[in-house]
Structures are given as C-alpha cells and as structure tokens.
Design a protein around this ligand. Structure first.
Ligand SMILES: *Cc1c(COP(=O)(O)O)cnc(C)c1O
Length: 224
C-alpha cells in the first residue's frame, strides 16, 4: 500500500479525533515526506538532527518539525531556528542549552519532558523524582526561551498489551498530577506524546494527544 492509503487506514482506526498524528519520517526520503504532505500531513518527526536539518529546507515551509530522538546538547543549535517541538528532553542541562539557543534566535522553543516508563534499560527518560526536580526547581523559572508543554514516553516493546497499557496509564497519571500543581508560566503540562505504529491504539485509549507513527505509514525501515 502507498503512503496515502496507509494514512487513510490509520486515521480510520483513530479513537480520538483530536489526537495529532506525527508522521515519523526518519531514514525516509524527501519524496515520501512530500507524499504524506500532499495527503494532508503537516507534522513530521525525525530522530537525528542532521537529517532533519537537511530535509527541512527541501520541503514546504508550513511543515512542523518534531525532534523525537535523543538530542545532544551540542546539536541543539542546528535546529533551534525552526524546530516546532522537542519531545525527548531528559535533563536540566539540555533544557538550559535549548533556552540558550532559543534566545540566540529569538524564539521560545516548546519541549516535552521524556519520562522513563518502559521496563527496558535502553530507553531514555526521567524518573518521577528527576521530573520533580525540574518542575519545582529554580532553574526553569529563569528560562525565558523554553516552554514545557507536556510529557513524552515510550512503552516497553512487548506483545503483552496490559504492560503497555499500564505504562501509558502511568504517564497520563503523572501529567494529571503535575498539571494540577502551581508551576511557573514556562510550564503548562497538557500534551501527552505517546504511541507508535504498534501501540498507538492503546495510547489513545489512555489519553494520548499526539502519536508518533513511522513504519505503519512509510513501511519498514532498513536502517535504524
Ligand atoms: C522511530 C520512532 C517512532 C516511530 O516508530 P514506528 O514503530 O516506526 O511507528 C516513534 N517514536 C520514536 C521516539 C522513534 O524513535
């Protein structure tokens, strides 16, 4: 099936009409992104800075670029001028760097804090205590060029749907808990970035506001 057919199929299975579909185009050519764009998609996700920075100028200007991968501090400068949302922020030092680069280009850059919800060691993210240190600490209050708009998480890669469901449910509970707190104006927790090709339906049932879908749209990737 082609990109357009895949997109139609995915949208027909969405249980939440307000959930944003981010097409994860990593490793895929500009032509594939163009196809999805023509089918109406405006939000695209990449996990490598260089790849995103190379693709963006070749594509329509109204695309919203989402950095979904692990972001190194020394690479923030390559995307600061155009990135729409950085999903994988998992340290105060990275936030500081984003704030610094945002200031240089005169932008306020939206970020999600990545929470470690999976059983797997390899997945990045904060635990609840580290999250609290960022949310309630003094450092974020000084940052005028970032906005923390929600949380992001990746569930365990398992066929056991109850495990996945519990992990997403935990992430939503965290968002609900901390969105009730009295936090500085830089922090407005409302977005929940959770769900990929294999688990987006569960994620939507658990309250996801944005799903990051790659292979179900563009086909399997050859490289990682
Ligand atoms: C690659 C990737 C996705 C998309 O994965 P698919 O299984 O192809 O849908 C989503 N989120 C992150 C962080 C990714 O790196």
């Amino acid at each position: 099936m082609g990109v357009k057919e895949n997109l139609d199929h995915i949208k027909s299975t969405f249980s939440s009409a307000s959930c944003l579909l981010i097409a994860v185009s990593k490793t895929k050519p500009v032509s594939a992104i163009q196809e999805a764009y023509e089918a109406g998609i405006r939000d695209f996700g990449e996990n490598k800075v260089q790849e995103m920075a190379e693709k963006a100028p070749q594509l329509p200007q109204d695309i919203r670029w989402h950095m979904i991968g692990h972001l190194q501090r020394n690479k923030v400068k390559f995307i600061a001028s155009f990135v729409h949302l950085i999903h994988g922020v998992d340290s105060l030092r990275l936030l500081e760097q984003i704030n610094k680069e945002g200031k240089k280009v005169g932008r306020v850059i939206s970020c999600l804090l990545q929470i470690h919800i999976a059983k797997e060691e390899s997945k990045f993210g904060l635990d609840e205590q580290e999250l609290e240190e960022i949310l309630f600490g003094n450092d974020v209050r000084q940052m005028e060029h970032i906005r923390i708009v929600g949380l992001m998480g990746m569930a365990t890669n398992t066929a056991d749907t109850s495990v996945v469901q519990n992990e997403f449910s935990y992430l939503r509970a965290l968002l609900e808990k901390y969105s009730r707190e009295n936090l500085p104006p830089q922090i407005a927790l409302k977005e929940l970035s959770m769900g990929m090709s294999g688990d987006y339906k569960i994620a939507q049932e658990e309250g996801s506001t944005m799903v990051r879908i790659g292979s179900a749209i563009f086909g399997e990737r050859n490289t990682k």
